[in-house]
Design a protein around this ligand. Structure first.
Ligand code: NAP
Length: 268
């Protein structure tokens, strides 16, 4: 058990499945001491057992990141258990999948913003005094949709743009503090999350709407994100195609709109 996070105290939100579960497992394998947060306690218990088997220590803290008091409680319970916080991973997330003009339940936009944007803000501001004390790290699992618009995902893209704007600003405010802010911008990752995306009616979509054969594996997304945070990188864009796309956006934004439309149609 070795690595940048051996003995480090890390809070992982959205640790009950998907990318967050993989981040927790990989940090556990480095010997990290984890606070696992999400709403589903039984899934947190399952992930906790796997983390302990992998070599980590855990507490589980059932948390709704959309509720500021719940985020404060998450940090307080972490500090009560371990006495410090070395990294906060803002990973909990909720997507949407619908044309904006088809949305009949307008709370979709608010619900997505509350989890993806406000959840990260609430957890970060609660943890920041402790992260300052340890010259710690903030890792945000954002999205390529936080850097460019994506059809069928307007509310989700807006929430990840909000996340990017907040954390790009916070990084400047934290200059000289020793606290690093890393934004990770994955493309499609094979977690099944798209099936949980809110549909036009506000209900989960219930099926994955695109071919995910080309999606990145959650473990690989976690590996790259952890490495970027370990290296205190400001931003991680994971594939050559995505990197080229973000450069092209500066000179040919219409072309990049076409890439985004193709991605939501084909998964590539
Ligand atoms: N999968 C992709 O293609 C992809 C691509 C780019 C970025 N991302 C981002 O990566 C992150 C993880 O996505 P994923 O694919 O792993 O999704 P996922 O499999 O659906 O997992 C989402 C996690 O967030 C938690 N969560 C949702 N609402 C929450 C709330 N109100 N409070 C606390 N936890 C909450 C869920 O746990 P509970 O249900 O137990 O609360 C779950 O652990 C998200 O921020 C997502 O936007 C995903």
């Amino acid at each position: 058990m070795s690595g940048a996070f051996h003995d480090q105290v890390v809070i992982v939100t959205g640790a009950s499945g998907g990318i967050g579960e993989q981040i927790a497992l990989q940090l556990a394998a480095q010997g990290a001491r984890l606070a696992l947060a999400a709403r589903r306690a039984e899934e947190l218990n399952r992930v906790s057992r796997l983390c302990v088997e992998a070599g980590g220590a855990t507490i589980i803290v059932p948390t709704d990141v959309g509720d500021a008091a719940s985020c404060q409680d998450l940090v307080a319970r972490t500090v009560a258990q371990y006495g410090r916080v070395d990294m906060l991973v803002n990973n909990a997330g909720l997507g949407m999948w619908s044309r904006a003009e088809d949305v009949s339940d307008l709370t979709v936009f608010e619900r997505v913003m509350r989890v993806n944007y406000l959840g990260a803000v609430y957890c970060t501001l609660a943890a920041l005094p402790y992260l300052r004390a340890t010259k710690g790290r903030i890792l945000c699992i954002s999205s390529l949709a936080g850097r460019t618009g994506v059809p069928l995902r307007s509310g989700y893209s807006a929430s990840k743009h909000a996340m990017a704007g907040f954390f790009d600003s916070l990084r400047i405010e934290l200059s000289g503090s020793g606290v690093s802010v890393t934004l990770s911008d994955p493309g499609f990752v094979g977690t099944g999350a798209q099936g949980r995306n809110l549909s036009a009616t506000g209900q989960p979509l219930g099926h994955v709407p695109i071919d995910m054969a080309a999606a990145m594996a959650p473990a690989e997304c976690a590996r790259q994100s952890i490495a970027a945070a370990a290296g205190r990188k400001r931003e991680l864009v994971m594939t050559a195609r995505a990197k080229i796309g973000l450069w092209l956006k500066l000179i040919a934004p219409g072309f990049v709109d076409g890439m985004a439309a193709k991605a939501t149609a084909t998964g590539k």
